[in-house]
Design a protein around this ligand. Structure first.
Ligand code: ADP
Ligand code: MG
Length: 279
C-alpha cells in the first residue's frame, strides 16, 4: 500500500530505514499442537517515524512487539534494528520497552525506579548528564512528576505510574521505543491526557535524536492521533492486512481530534478493520 522513495542513496549506517522486519512468522506449540500466531510479516519503519499497530485481540500484536524487542525469537524470518539483530540492539540499550503493566519495583521510589536501567548489568551505557541535573531528574520533570520523585509506586495513580514507566524507558536514550498498549489499563480521561503527554515527550526527545516509536493499540482514535502510519493486522494467523498513512500536521493537540480530516482517518481505519476482519 505504501511505497517509499528516497531521493538519493545514503550510506549504510544512515539509511532512513530503522527497523526492518522480513518474512517474520511465529508458531507457538500449545498442548503439542502448532498455533500459528504470525505469518509473513514484512514491514520497514523509517527513522523517527511513529507507527501504530492495530488489530483485534489475539492477532499477534504483542508477539510481534516482543520479537522486535528481542524478547523472543521468531520461528521464521528476521528483524534488524539499524542493521543489527534485536538482542544486540537491546544489549546496547538502543531499545526501550513499555508494557500495559508499568511493572515498577514497589520498594523503590520514583527516582530510583527511573534510575534502574542505568544500574542493571552494572551498565553505564546511555548514562549522561544534562547541564547541572542528571538525566533521570530531567526526565521526571519532563513527565510532570517533579513533586513526586520520592514517592513509592503504591502512592501514585495508574497514570502517574505509567509516566514513571515512560521516564524509565527513556533513561538509556533508546533510539527505538516499543510500547504495548501502555495506556490500556487507564480510564478514558487519563488515557486521553497521556496520549498528548507521550506526543510532547516524544517530540522533545525526538528533536534530539529522531527516535522511532512502534506503538501497539486497539484504539482507533489513539492510532490516528499518535501516528505517522497505522499498520492494520488481522488474526489467525496474524498478518498485515493494510497500512494507512496519517498525514495530519504536528504538533497535534485536542483541536485535531475534531477536525474533518481526523474524523475521515478514523472512518477509513474503522472501515479497514471491519473489511479485513470479515474477509
Ligand atoms: P495480541 O497482543 O494481538 O492480543 P498475542 O501476540 O498476545 O496477540 O497473541 C497472538 C496469539 O498467540 C494468540 O492466539 C495467543 O493465544 C497466542 N500466544 C501468545 N503468546 C503465547 C505463548 N507464549 N504461548 C502460546 N501461545 C501464545
Ligand atoms: Mg497484546
Amino acid at each position: 500500500m505504501t511505497s517509499e522513495h528516497y531521493p538519493e542513496p545514503v550510506p549504510e549506517q544512515r539509511t532512513n530505514s530503522h527497523v526492518l522486519i522480513e518474512g517474520v512468522g511465529m508458531v507457538y506449540e500449545v498442548s503439542e499442537r502448532p498455533l500459528p500466531a504470525l505469518e509473513g510479516i514484512d514491514l520497514t519503519v523509517r527513522r523517527g517515524e511513529f507507527v501504530s499497530v492495530i488489530g483485534p485481540s489475539g492477532c499477534g500484536k504483542s508477539t510481534l512487539l516482543r520479537i522486535i524487542g528481542g524478547l523472543q525469537s521468531p520461528t521464521r524470518g528476521r528483524v534488524l534494528i539499524d542493521g543489527t539483530p534485536p538482542r544486540e540492539a537491546q544489549r546496547r540499550k538502543q531499545v526501550g520497552v513499555v508494557f500495559q503493566d508499568p511493572s515498577l519495583l514497589p520498594w523503590r521510589s520514583v527516582i530510583e525506579n527511573v534510575r534502574l536501567p542505568l544500574q542493571v548489568n552494572g551498565g553505564q551505557a546511555g548514562k549522561r548528564t544534562d547541564g547541572q541535573r542528571d538525566y533521570p531528574e530531567r526526565l521526571i520533570e519532563l513527565v510532570g512528576l517533579d513533586a513526586f520523585r520520592g514517592y513509592y509506586p503504591h502512592q501514585l495513580s495508574g497514570g502517574m505510574q505509567q509516566r514513571v514507566a515512560l521516564a524509565r524507558c527513556l533513561v538509556t536514550s533508546p533510539s527505538l521505543l516499543l510500547m504495548d498498549e501502555p495506556f490500556g489499563s487507564l480510564d478514558e480521561i487519563t488515557r486521553s491526557a497521556m496520549r498528548y503527554e507521550l506526543l510532547r515527550v516524544w517530540r522533545s526527545e525526538a528533536a534530539e535524536r529522531d527516535s522511532t516509536v512502534i506503538f501497539v493499540t486497539h484504539s482507533i482514535t489513539e492510532a490516528v492521533l499518535l501516528s505517522d502510519r497505522v499498520v492494520v493486522m488481522t488474526p489467525r494467523p496474524g498478518r498485515v492486512a493494510a497500512t494507512l498513512e496519517i498525514d495530519l500536521p504536528r504538533p497535534r493537540d485536542e483541536e485535531v481530534e475534531v477536525s474533518e480530516s481526523f474524523l475521515e482517518y478514523t472512518r477509513r481505519l474503522r472501515a479497514l478493520l471491519r473489511e479485513r476482519s470479515l474477509a
